[in-house]
Ligand binder design. Structure first.
Ligand code: ZN
Length: 140
């Protein structure tokens, strides 16, 4: 395993063991659920908006480390961002793990690069995109 892969693995494990924004919001403006039956991943996303921006976001879920880490990373990535910014991140993320798009997230989005390696495991791609598809549905 290369050094980059080793570091990416650590980032994923850290999000899995210490999920960011875990919990729920009550009251909650936007609530959406996602399921990946192939792996048994389940998650719920709770979002409150402030105008066009995400004011706060929480999630609950269970499943494999990839699905849970991906959701944790996603909640960190979208906090404070507008719908337009978020949909751009969603598109970049999906093309990173389904197409030939190199990982190029920077600053507060850097952790997302850790999921780049998932593209080598087609079965796991569904685990990684579950939260992002659920988020897209939630914001529509
Ligand atoms: Zn999974």
């Amino acid at each position: 395993m290369s050094l980059a892969e080793e570091l990416y693995k650590e980032v994923i494990l850290d999000h899995y063991e210490n999920p960011r924004n875990f919990g729920e919001l009550d009251p909650c403006e936007i609530h959406e659920e996602g399921v990946n039956p192939l792996c048994g991943d389940e998650l719920e996303i709770f979002i409150n908006m402030d105008g066009d921006k995400v004011k706060e976001v929480r999630f609950k879920g269970k499943g494999c480390s990839i699905s849970q880490a991906s959701t944790s990373m996603m909640t960190e990535a979208i906090e404070g961002k507008s719908r337009e910014e978020i949909l751009d991140i969603v598109n970049r993320f999906k093309s990173m793990i389904t197409e030939d798009h190199q990982p190029d997230f920077e600053d507060d989005l850097e952790d997302l690069n850790a999921l780049y390696g998932v593209k080598k495991f087609p079965v796991r791609v569904k685990c990684a995109v579950l939260s992002w598809n659920t988020l897209e549905k939630a914001l529509q």
